[in-house]
Write a protein that binds this ligand. Structure first.
Ligand SMILES: *[C@@H]1O[C@H](CO)[C@@H](O)[C@H](O)[C@H]1NC(C)=O
Ligand SMILES: *[C@@H]1O[C@H](CO)[C@@H](O)[C@H](O)[C@H]1NC(C)=O
Ligand SMILES: *[C@@H]1O[C@H](CO)[C@@H](O)[C@H](O)[C@H]1NC(C)=O
Length: 225
């Protein structure tokens, strides 16, 4: 090949290698799903974690333990609160469920006897826990936060479903997120928003989207994985 052609190829190659990473497509939406992204060391668990959706596993009337599921469509959430509440980090994360549609809030509970012990999150009928909401980085989508808590997903059974059904149970690890604090059957995760449409509520709904906020979110799962 001629020196000139070679130089042209080199120039083209350097343009390619100097190009930034494919930018992750970021949009904004009132509705979003929460998708798990492994934050710490990956582990060989019997349930999928990376790219799985946060949803509730029914464990009683109006009570759902927060789990991850990679094969379902995921739950549609919205960030509920006034502009002031959002500004102060006092908004909540809510979904709609039941008939007529009723709000189901994302709830985090402290362990009353051992505040450092990880406790399962829940998606229960009623309001969400104030401050379990999305972070607000200067640009781009935030992630789920609750004070200094780190979220973990644990390969476990749920009493309600018996010993044979493994779930990816989402908990908050109130203690320091040091790897050593993450139990062997759990991985540390971030929960990030994936844009989706927040449908209008049918007449007669108890839930309301009046205080649903527009949030920054990723446009597709591949932008998260
Ligand atoms: C949503 O936020 C508004 C404004 O703070 C509040 O009045 C309403 O009760 C909230 N709804 C839920 C389900 O938390
Ligand atoms: C609270 O923590 C104690 C001590 O670690 C533990 O035995 C108990 O099961 C925890 N309770 C819940 C609801 O997780
Ligand atoms: C995900 O949901 C499907 C359908 O409900 C269920 O069969 C499957 O066991 C669930 N997976 C996990 C890990 O919970």
């Amino acid at each position: 090949m001629s020196a000139k052609v070679f130089a042209t190829i080199l120039a083209a190659a350097s343009v390619i290698s100097a190009a930034p990473f494919q930018p992750r497509a970021v949009g904004s939406s009132k509705g979003f799903k929460l998708v798990a992204s492994i934050a710490g060391a990956s582990k060989d668990l019997s349930v999928p974690i990376q790219g799985a959706y946060l949803e509730g596993a029914h464990v009683g009337a109006g009570l759902n333990t927060a789990v991850l599921n990679a094969t379902t469509q995921g739950t549609i959430f919205y960030q509920n609160g006034t502009a002031e509440e959002v500004q102060q980090g006092l908004s909540t994360i809510v979904s709609d469920g039941g008939t007529p549609l009723y709000p189901y809030g994302l709830r985090a509970y402290l362990n009353s006897t051992d505040a450092a012990s990880p406790v399962a999150l829940a998606i229960n009928g009623g309001v969400g826990t104030t401050g379990v909401t999305l972070t607000k980085p200067a640009s781009g989508p935030g992630e789920l936060e609750w004070g200094a808590a780190s979220f973990i997903a644990c390969d476990e059974t749920l009493l309600y479903y018996g010993p044979d059904w493994r779930f990816a149970v989402v908990k908050d690890l109130v203690a320091s997120p040091a790897e050593s604090a993450v139990p062997d059957n759990c991985v540390q995760i971030n929960l990030v928003p994936l844009c989706t449409t927040l449908n209008d509520l049918p007449p007669g709904s108890v839930a309301s989207h009046e205080f649903a906020n527009e949030v920054a979110c990723y446009e597709s799962l591949s932008d998260i994985n």
